[in-house]
Structure formats: structure tokens, C-alpha cells
Design a protein around this ligand. Structure first.
Ligand code: SAH
Length: 230
């Protein structure tokens, strides 16, 4: 108890600062030790404060490498998984990226540091709206947030250089494959089980040809059809 009183005392500013700096260092160390080595991705994750996307009782765990509950029964992904997926996308600064599954907005914010424009969609209006409010607060003006069933993609904005799906489907949705540019990359979890899926990378190599690579085992919430209740 004494500790938390001390850190709340405004005369103890430098103590709070160094605790924050140490927390950030540990956060970045955990990312590196789990295989996030791309410097641009690490820099993006250093700049975007995960704490801004986690509210309520779990806020104090925002810098731990674990998934956390958010509204609508969904989860904000584990930071190292966010880092590994972002790294696997090999984003270039001129890329237009689609994210399916906005959730808290954290992943989209990271993408916005690397790409020209990010479209992010969630089937829950409430999540899309609260993520949008955070983007506005943080001045992340290159992110466009929408409420939609993302398994249909965004035909009016297609094609995309990169697509990231942060909810698990049985197979890569056809519309998303069709909306990927030739030479483009899509990262998504696929599998029939709710408890474990395989993260795959799809590279569109031609008009009708795609390469598939398996990256690792992951666990995501399911990609559901239609819009959510709220
Ligand atoms: N990327 C998020 C975590 C995603 S959790 C983050 O950084 O916090 C998965 C999200 O996918 C949930 O918010 C869920 O509502 C959304 N989702 C599931 N099925 C969907 C669909 N068909 N279209 C759009 N969003 C979907």
C-alpha cells in the first residue's frame, strides 16, 4: 500500500517515470525474446501505448505479454502475437492495409505506424466506435474504422496490399483472397477448433495462384458471420 501511495505523490515524479521506463523496457524485451526482431515493428510498438487500449480492471496488466478481455466478450491479442503477425506482413510505407477484427484498436494502431492507410472493420459497432475514439484522441488519422462483417472484405476499397485477420476462420474467406493485390500478403489464423488454430501466410502470386505457409499455432476468437448485437 505504501508503494502505491508513494508513486501517486506528485513530488515523486522521477520515481514514477523510471518505473514507466522500466515497464516499457520489459515490454520490449519480452517482444524480442519471443521473436519480434523487426526494428520498424519494435519501434511502432514502442510508440503506441497499449495502456490506451485496455480499460478498467485489466489496465494495470497492459504491459504484460498476455491477451486481455475487452468489451463484447472479445480480447485484445497478446503483444508478442501482434508483433509477430505485423512482422510477417512485411508492410511497406506505401501499403494500403485491411484489418478484419478491430477489437480494441491496438493492432490497427500498430499497423498505422508502418502503412500509408489502414482500414479496420469489426462486426461490433461498439468496439469500432470506441477504437475510433482512441484513434482520434491519439491523432491516428490514417486509420478508417468501419462496422461490417469483415469476411466479405471491403470491395469498394479493394484491392489491398496487405490483409490481416485477427479472428479465426475455418478457411481463408474467398472475398479476402480476391481483394488481395497480386504480390500481396494476407496473415490469418485458420482451423476448425476454437482452442487452437494455425497462423498462415497467404501470398498472392498471380491472378489465380496463391502460396500458403504455416507460421505457428495460435488461439483467436472465431470469425463470426453478420453484425454483432451492439
Ligand atoms: N485486433 C484486435 C483483437 C481482435 S479480437 C485488437 O488489436 O484488439 C477479434 C475481433 O474480431 C473481435 O472484436 C470480433 O468482434 C471481431 N470479429 C469477429 N468476426 C468478425 C467479422 N466477421 N467481421 C468483423 N469483425 C469480426
Amino acid at each position: 500500500m505504501t508503494c502505491s501511495m508513494r508513486s501517486g505523490d506528485s513530488n515523486e515524479g522521477p520515481v514514477t517515470m523510471s518505473a514507466e521506463a522500466e515497464q516499457k523496457m520489459q515490454f520490449l524485451f519480452a517482444l524480442r525474446s519471443r521473436g519480434v526482431t523487426d526494428e520498424a515493428v519494435l519501434k511502432a510498438m514502442e510508440r503506441i501505448d497499449r495502456g490506451a487500449f485496455v480499460r478498467g480492471v485489466f489496465a494495470e496488466r497492459a504491459y504484460e505479454d498476455m491477451p486481455l478481455p475487452i468489451a463484447c466478450g472479445q480480447t485484445i491479442s497478446q503483444p508478442s502475437v501482434v508483433g509477430l503477425m505485423t512482422q510477417a506482413l512485411k508492410i511497406s510505407p506505401r501499403d494500403k492495409v485491411l484489418e478484419v477484427g478491430t477489437g480494441s484498436g491496438y493492432q490497427a494502431a500498430i499497423l498505422s505506424q508502418l502503412a500509408r492507410r489502414v482500414y479496420t472493420v469489426d462486426r461490433h459497432r461498439r468496439l469500432a466506435q470506441s477504437a475510433q475514439a482512441i484513434f482520434t484522441e491519439l491523432g491516428l488519422s490514417t486509420i478508417i474504422t468501419m462496422t461490417a462483417d469483415g469476411s466479405h472484405g471491403l470491395p469498394e476499397q479493394a484491392p489491398f496490399d496487405r490483409i490481416l485477420v485477427t479472428a479465426a476462420a475455418e478457411d481463408p474467406p474467398g472475398p479476402l483472397l480476391a481483394q488481395l493485390k497480386i504480390g500481396g500478403i494476407m496473415i490469418l489464423p485458420v482451423g476448425q477448433s476454437d482452442t487452437v488454430q494455425t497462423l498462415i501466410r497467404v501470398t498472392r502470386t498471380g491472378e489465380t495462384s496463391y502460396d500458403y505457409d504455416e507460421l505457428r499455432q495460435v488461439r483467436f476468437v472465431p470469425l463470426l458471420e453478420g453484425l454483432g448485437q451492439d
